[in-house]
Design a protein around this ligand. Sequence first.
Ligand code: HGA
Length: 607
Amino acid sequence: MCGIVGVLMKKPAAPVMLEALRRLEYRGYDSAGLATLAGGSLQRRRAAGRISALSQLLDSEPLAGTIGIGHTRWATHGAASQHNAHPHRSGPVVVVHNGIIENWRALRDELIAGGCVFESETDSEVIAHLCATLLARGLDPRRAAMETISRLVGAYALCLLFEGAEDMMICARRGSPLAIGYGEGEMFVGSDALALGPLTDRICYLADGDCAVLTRTGAEVFDASGAPVQRPIQTVPMEAVLVDKAGYRHFMAKEIHEQPTVAGYALARHLSADRRHVVSAAAAIDWRTLPRLSIAACGTAFYAAQVAKWWFETIARLPVDVEIASEFRYRQPPMTEGGATLVVSQSGETADTLAALRYARSAGQTVLGVVNVENSTIAREADMAIPIHAGPEIGVASTKAFTTQLIALACLAIHAARSRQAITPETAAALIDALSSAPRLIAEAIALEDQIAVAARDIAETESALFIGRGTMHALALEGALKLKELTYIHAEGHAAGELKHGSIALVDATRPIIALAPHDDLFEKTASNISEVAARGGRILLITDRNGAALAGAEAARTLVLPEVPDFIAPLVYAIPVQLLAYHAAVQRGTDVDQPRNLAKSVTVE
Ligand code: HGA
């Protein structure tokens, strides 16, 4: 996670930015850099490695100027070198960027064809060249910046400075966070309130898609359509900054909205820079000869494991047993010789999962720990740890840890499939491409939040709900029911759609919402039949599907949520969003404690 900062001040900018970068260093320390404007001209200092290296460089080559931008990098595209360090410059423009520009290759080719010379391997450099090219065509900095932003596909928080413009900075965000700080005749911008804390406590969080033009006396903010908007300025005391909700009402909301960004980070960590193969490939296991895989987990992680079973079995042709850790540890099953066990736990401290790890170990299995907390007990005791890179998850109900667990497991399944020659290199490339589109599609699903909040009203008023789905959507149905129970205390069940008629269909009546998760995939027709069976009995269906699914089955439903069309492989990643947002908004409407639901704890270190 890169950190960015920008300042328009009365005093020298570089020392202030350096301190802000130190506070942002937790977000990345592959390289760091600053650019300032002094006497109208741009100057830049960049260094590979930690902020201390940049600080040493500044001691020998100081930067003058009272306006500047800075960056601490966590590389996604291009090595952690000085020439890949931000800020990136093209003629009169410098930029710092946090995120991933998905269409960077196409833009880079176009800009090179137009005569631009690139000095880095980053995706971010296209932003500087695109903007400089538009300036050269006669656009003013504002127009050039807005037009540049309109051409970017992917996630970004960015700040731009322009040679000759000593009282202007342009920043924008989509997918990655950005906050503006208001001082006395001074303005600031940073990735989070922590960056801005000592500079000001008056903070405005930009909304997704916003763009802002800053001068020393204030900021003009424009929404995604280009219309001027007022975003609230909040007073955020320093002590609150450390556990900052970034302007969201709850940590859970913040963490749901972080998913496009963290999915991008996770992919950058699991895939090679050229996005051709999986690099977090669990070398501890010989996937070619592995006879059987077990996956043990609890709660939401158990449902991620169920999705993974589907992936490993269908694409890698590898038999998988999915185990509830608390049952597995006491059942003490015989385990296949030469087998491997994955244990999945956000905290890496879950007592039942840790015990499952120890049992699998004692039964001669190679054990991999899929964890968020990298120095946790499970990470240390496993033969190998696979971090999910979700960042700190504070909300007790897991959201971004679930989607990033899925990303780690999907990457492992692709790697296993290639090692076992169960899929061709072309199929592997298509699956990686599909995964790479997940951050964008997750963001598109989040953009439906207002509709989902309306749908949640129906659910908030009931005392019981059913979720149904087939294939990987069965696991999502179970996760949907769990989320709803955890957050709203409404009774909920998840069912395999085809299993309903074997008993639970007796529950169907006009009062109980039935949430059908049904992307238009190979199993859609079958799920559609089950939806018809429910509708024929007067069931109140909320259909969550895509355009084709809505056209075919929408008439049976009381309400339909139309998600973007997604490659089948990543449907669980995208359908996780409405499932989370439904539970979140139903909880808000019922007034329950969203971040700390009753009776629960984040890290379950007891049996
Ligand atoms: N893609 C850019 C920025 C990386 C980033 O935001 N990481 O968290 C780069 O690789 O420099």
